[in-house]
Ligand binder design. Structure first.
Ligand SMILES: Cc1cc2nc3c(=O)[nH]c(=O)nc-3n(C[C@H](O)[C@H](O)[C@H](O)COP(=O)(O)O)c2cc1C
Ligand code: SF4
Length: 444
């Protein structure tokens, strides 16, 4: 692992490569030029499909396969929506990409748009990313000037426009159909599926939604080939018939109670322990870790004893967490109360629920109220069972909500209670931690 040379972050720190001149001098856009001249859109789709690339936005859906869901021979327009909403707490891999290497992302967007025969791509970017938005817009402007965007790209028959759309500053804007609604100028209320966006998406036309990191990977799959991509990462787990493998490089964010928070690019499958101890510089203040959120708030929490899991698409599931998510690891140390951790997680989801579905709107609110009550020292033993029951019943998977936010709200609750139950029980009994009354100021 230590010999791995970054690909996606190769230009990090090379400020000159942020301009189109520097990017081209460093070999940028050569892959695009070759692909546009020598390959058909279907060949690009096949190469991406055969590489085993899975989406980096959270769900891990196979990218090339998703592209094939577009209706065959559709007269168009077909759209690409780039999902740079990135509101998952502690996740900043897209921000690092667009701020430091915007042309790499644009090259990926053009390749993907060519593959799906889109002539328009929308770059939907998190509202709070002011600098990133300026960087991507500047790079788009430069690309137009250089004939890399617009009509007849690089003298070929392919044309593409990219429009930047600033997000509406809510977590739900990252859910792909919420994003599409927001792009259309409406409130980001996720749509009932089917129809999926590939059939009916932006402006009711076939649409592919992909994450910037996913698209940056496309550049390297087209440049270095399938074998290279598959030489990184891990093959499918034979014990899990639904696992499609986790290939290629991945950007991992490490934050929370570590000495060296930051981002690192590694082949898929690094263990959580290596990420924390080696790349995150270990737990701060000489303490031990109590646990971590392995891939963004929606994935759940796991105790330190499970840190040896590989962070690939399959690994977190082996310890009954939801999945890899955004691969953003947030560590909490041994002095942190799990009740506080869960309270913060519940607060986030109750605030971000868009309110369309009763089980999500009410369920996230109930869970917050119950955890708040426990935190205030007024919890009851049966609260833990009620929390688990609510968490199990809200979400797409039990079939009670429109989108996955509710599933994401449930996983931290059920994993926290299942994996840290003794701490909750002793908290309920004592209402204290380390002898200190934890009642919040102002609580009754
Ligand atoms: C509540 C919620 C928030 C999401 N936020 C994001 C996000 O910020 N960025 C993202 O790429 N995907 C996000 N997703 C996943 C998208 O719906 C979609 O699966 C993804 O953008 C597809 O891109 P990919 O296949 O390249 O991963 C979110 C999903 C849910 C349910
Ligand atoms: S699950 Fe929650 S966030 Fe998703 S549509 Fe329903 S209410 Fe909105």
């Amino acid at each position: 692992m230590s010999a791995y040379e970054p690909v996606l972050l190769r230009r990090l720190g090379k400020k000159e490569c942020q301009s189109i001149a520097g990017y081209r001098a460093d070999g940028g856009y050569k892959t695009l030029e070759r692909v546009l001249r020598e390959m058909t859109p279907d060949q690009v789709t096949t190469q991406v499909k055969d590489s085993g690339l899975r989406g980096r936005g959270g769900a891990g859906f196979p990218t090339g396969l998703k592209w094939t869901f577009l209706p065959k021979g559709h007269p168009g327009p077909v759209y690409l929506c780039v999902n740079c909403d990135e509101s998952e707490p502690c996740t900043f891999n897209n921000r690092v990409l667009i701020e430091n290497d915007p042309h790499q992302v644009i090259e990926g967007i053009i390749l993907a748009s060519y593959a799906i025969r889109a002539k328009t791509a929308y770059f939907y970017v998190r509202y709070e990313y002011g600098f990133g938005t300026r960087q991507i817009q500047k790079a788009i402007d430069e690309a137009y000037e250089a004939g890399i965007l617009g009509n007849k790209i690089l003298g070929t028959d392919y044309s593409l426009d990219i429009f930047v759309h600033r997000g509406a500053a809510a977590y739900i804007c990252g859910e792909e159909t919420g994003l599409i609604e927001s792009l259309e100028g409406k409130r980001a209320w996720p749509r009932i599926k089917p129809p999926f966006p590939a059939i009916e998406g932006a402006f009711r036309k076939p649409t592919i939604v992909n994450n910037p990191e996913t698209l940056a990977n496309v550049v390297h799959i087209m440049d270095r080939g399938i074998e290279w991509f598959k030489s990184l990462g891990v093959p499918p787990d034979p014990k899990n018939p639904r696992d499609a493998g986790s290939y290629g490089p991945k950007l991992y964010c490490v934050s929370g109670h570590v000495n060296k928070p930051g981002i690192v690019e590694l082949p898929m499958g690094v263990t959580l322990r290596e990420l924390v101890d080696k790349h995150g510089g270990g737990v701060w203040k000489g303490r031990k870790a109590k646990g971590a959120i392995p891939g963004g708030n929606s994935m759940g929490v796991i105790p330190e004893s499970e840190f040896d899991i590989p962070l690939d698409f399959n690994g977190p599931g082996t310890v009954k967490a939801l999945g890899l998510g955004t691969a953003a690891v947030t560590v909490f140390d041994e002095e942190t109360s799990i009740v506080d951790v869960l309270y913060n997680l519940c607060r986030f989801f109750a605030h971000e629920s868009c309110g369309q579905c009763t089980p999500c709107r009410e369920g996230t609110g109930w869970m917050l109220k119950i955890v708040e009550r426990i935190r205030n020292g007024q919890g009851r033993r049966e609260d833990l069972d009620i929390l688990e029951e609510v968490a199990d019943r809200i979400g797409i998977m039990p079939g009670t909500t429109i989108c996955g936010l509710a599933d994401g709200a449930g996983w931290p609750v059920k994993t926290a209670i299942r994996k840290f139950r003794p701490e909750f029980e002793s908290y309920l009994k004592e209402g204290t931690r380390g002898g200190v009354r934890l009642k919040m100021a102002g609580a009754h």
